[in-house]
Design a protein around this ligand. Sequence first.
Ligand code: NAD
Length: 348
Amino acid sequence: MTQPSHKALVPFVSVDNMMRLVHHIGVEQVLTDLAAYVEEDFLRWELFDKTPRVASHSDVGVIELMPTSDGEAYGFKYVNGHPKNTSEGLQTVTAFGLLADVYTGYPVLLTEMTMLTALRTAATSAMVAKHLAPKGADTMAMIGNGAQSEFQTLAMKAILGLKTVRLYDVDAAATRKCAENLKNSGLNVVTCGSPEEAIQGAQILTTCTADKQCATILSDNMVGAGVHINAIGGDCPGKTELAKGILERSTVFVEFPPQTRIEGEIQQMDPDFAVTEMWEVISGTAKGRTDARQITLFDSVGFAIEDFSALRYIRDKVADTAFSEDLDMLADPDDPRDLFGMLQRAKA
Ligand code: NAD
């Protein structure tokens, strides 16, 4: 079909198409691919525009915009975080995003990003764990068994070779759901009755809880030497998961310090608390784990470049496929100055 001349159509990936695409490729393959895209962008970190995300807080949650550009493409994500939503039958986190061509400013992709955020967050966690976790790590405690939890677990399996996951949530129904979803994953899935039980024998401790408060999911005495902590849930001012003492004993790795100091676990520390930027570890300019007894801590808050990588991946994967539909979202008259004429002709 020829395209009407006033239309510059934009590929749109709906939730249905995202799910079809993920199944077409395979969940673990998508996680592996996304980790490679994120790692590639961490390697060219310095050329990106970077800013802490623009957050609009309310008593019940936060709505955020996350923009970045590599000079050729520009991307942003709209994302919310509303811990109370689950009790109302709604998602805690929902998102959509857009990629545009810097040369024309025209969008080249609009996509759902609720699924994609869970996938990219998990892929980033596992990519980071690949660099920081102790050698041979094959057991993870997964504390918080909500929407992100299966994605986190499967990424650790696909990218790190995880064999056992030990699940704990304050809500036993969440743990049952997670265990059920992972039962055919090939992982040894252990459900636990307390966080203390969940961390038994685990070399990776993932905290992924949602509560708009400074919580203590892991207390200082729970964390022994040599583990890697993947702290996902503390991602907003006034919302943390770890006891301060853990941060004092750990080597802390972050995405973008100006954003993490506002939102991450390190909001509990002085503004000059020493952290290592993860892109530097990946590009070899900073050290990762240097000692088997060291506690490494990834203070993840989710940064715009990871969404940009995910948008790039989806753009590449849906090109010339049936996994997107064209959206008439840009008015583009034949005579660029005759926008009004286009409106008038539409009346005829
Ligand atoms: P969710 O609401 O679906 O799940 C959260 C789970 O945490 C629930 O099952 C809840 O019962 C459990 N929980 C709450 N308090 C607990 C406690 N004290 N101990 C054990 N479990 C507890 O949320 P989600 O979508 O899975 O997201 C989890 C968190 O991760 C949110 O805070 C979200 O903002 C954050 N997040 C971070 C990133 C990132 O890039 N770092 C990305 C996505 C989500």
